[in-house]
Design a protein around this ligand. Structure first.
Ligand code: GDP
Ligand code: MG
Length: 163
């Protein structure tokens, strides 16, 4: 079966935007267990002849702060179980937040390979905003603009190198 890449991150960092940019054909969800597949969208993707499945784990993210964090945690846990590689998306305009740190800790414990994508770097002038994300402890920190598509090639090279 194909490698699975799960997109994880807090609300509004651009998970769905990068998913939609990378998504090829949407995959029908064959098994709809309540609370498991409900909030996730799958797609098949290909980069440099390497095929993989991509999961957008966001779902609906609203409510009290604690509920949102709990929702992200559950989604991240499910994604981690299924994924071969995690694409951890953050917001380069906002910088590192406490929720990013919390997600980083769940990801360390998973022992799965992680690519840290610093999104919303729409202008090369802001590339240095990505540096502070090295403090989260992941080796691969890649600035991307999901809206413009810049950096996505480097990001995909890094992702498929981990299969
Ligand atoms: P999600 O909640 O993580 O799935 O985030 P969304 O994909 O829904 O995006 C949240 C907001 O960020 C939307 O208004 C997007 O248009 C915006 N956004 C996503 N990627 C970028 C980017 O690369 N640059 C900028 N400037 N905005 C972005
Ligand atoms: Mg989303």
């Amino acid at each position: 079966s194909l490698p699975v890449v799960a997109i994880v991150g807090r609300p509004n960092v651009g998970k769905s935007t990068i998913f939609n940019r990378l998504a090829g054909e949407r995959i029908a969800i064959v098994e709809d267990k309540p609370g498991i597949t409900r909030d996730r969208i799958y797609s098949s993707c290909e980069w440099n002849g390497r095929q993989f499945h991509l999961i957008d784990t966001g779902g609906v993210e609203f409510g009290e702060k604690n509920e949102i964090i709990e929702h992200i945690r559950k989604q991240a846990e499910l994604a981690i179980d299924e994924a071969d590689v995690i694409l951890f998306v953050t917001d380069g305009r906002q910088g590192v937040t406490p929720t990013d740190e919390e997600i980083a800790h769940w990801l360390y414990r998973s022992n799965k390979p992680v690519i840290l994508m610093v999104n919303k770097i729409d202008d090369v002038k802001h590339i240095e905003n990505a540096y502070e994300f090295y403090q989260l402890g992941f080796e691969q920190v890649i600035p991307v603009s999901s809206i413009h598509g810049t950096g996505t090639g480097d990001m995909l090279d890094a992702v498929v190198s981990l299969f």
